[in-house]
Design a protein around this ligand. Structure first.
Ligand code: TRP
Length: 328
């Protein structure tokens, strides 16, 4: 079975955009591939080194939601990056052969520095972000990496680095391929892209009352001030969510009701709330189960770490050997 690997950076809580954009895809993939999924806590340190407490909280939120969303530890391997120090060793070895220019050229490097102007990102670790990601992937000799389009430049450099290692020493690493997850952008409650930095997200950890409250006050077509005004569903972020969560019939019903002023925004939102609740109810149930059995999570990660570590150690032996290290 081909191996699949993917990770999420521990820098905030997961929201429904992450659920439909990534996690649900991971859940599907565990049926067909030998999947390794992990929480990238070291990656979170590259930008969040000044507040490590937030990283460990986020790591826990991610793990809980991996399981709540349906990752099954019987079918896939779940772990935390810092639990497998071999990633760091491979990162070091790869740093010897990676030209600085390759890292400086990655588009996300300059973009992130611009975006996070208030932080000092002129660090060695931050420049090495894609290199650490490369180590994460190739240490499992993974074939496929399910990611969103924003991660494609990172995958490209991973392939180049794997190729360079194989060329300089010996064929150890298969070149990983991105498994692109295409998904419409999920709008937040203010109509902008759902993102923790805009404070417009519906979190997987939000209790039902909060989810309902956020959706009830969500932005609609701004031109529709009164119930008697006709609206345009295509400019309403609520309708964008209907396209993701509601049936074709329901979409037609609310779109028609909006255009003809036949239904009010609250009625339209009630349909959406019902459908989002249907998706979140199993998550809420699973979250409660995990809260009631605090050892479960620890045990699952322990087992996942042991399994991942076996593969990582095996690869490191091959890598060291190819470089002529570890003889004594
Ligand atoms: N960079 C990814 C993100 O932004 C996280 C990540 C770290 C990752 N290592 C990875 C993704 C390896 C896929 C494979 O969330």
């Amino acid at each position: 079975m081909d191996r699949v690997l993917s990770g999420m950076q521990a820098s905030g809580k997961l929201h429904i955009g992450n659920l439909v954009g990534a996690l649900q895809n991971w859940v599907r993939l565990q049926e067909r591939y030998d999947c390794y999924y992990f929480v990238a806590d070291w990656h979170a340190l590259t930008t969040g080194y000044a507040s490590p407490q937030a990283i460990s909280e986020s790591a826990e939120d991610l793990l809980v939601n991996f399981l709540a969303a349906g990752l099954d530890p019987g079918k896939c391997t779940i772990f935390v990056q810092s639990g497998i120090p071999e990633h760091a060793e491979l990162h070091l070895l790869l740093s010897m052969i990676t030209p600085l220019g390759w890292l400086e050229r990655v588009p996300t490097y300059k973009e992130k520095i611009q975006e996070l102007k208030e932080r000092d990102l002129s660090t060695y670790g931050f420049l090495g972000y894609p290199l650490l990601q490369t180590a994460d992937i190739i240490i499992y000799r993974a074939r496929y990496v399910p990611v969103g389009i924003d991660q494609v430049p990172h995958l490209e450099i991973s392939r180049e680095i794997a190729r360079r290692f194989n060329f300089l020493y010996r064929e150890v690493f298969p070149e990983p391929e991105a498994l692109l997850t295409e998904f419409p952008k999920v709008p937040g409650v203010d109509g902008r892209k759902m993102s923790k930095s805009y404070d417009n997200a519906i979190y997987l950890s939000d209790p039902p009352e909060t989810v309902e409250q956020k959706l009830r006050t969500m932005m609609t077509d701004p031109a529709r001030k009164r119930k008697t005004d006709a609206g345009n569903p295509e400019v309403s972020p609520v309708f964008q969510l209907h396209k993701i969560f509601s049936s074709k019939e329901e979409q037609e019903y609310v779109a028609h009701g909006c255009r003809t002023a036949g239904i009010g925004c609250i009625e339209c939102k009630k349909v959406l709330i019902k459908n989002i609740f249907r998706v979140m109810e199993p998550l809420w149930a699973k979250r409660k189960e995990l809260r009631d059995n605090p050892d479960t999570l620890r045990d699952i990660v322990k087992t996942g770490t042991e399994k991942a570590a076996r593969v990582a150690r095996e690869t490191m032996e091959l890598a060291r050997d190819a470089m002529g290290l570890g003889k004594f």
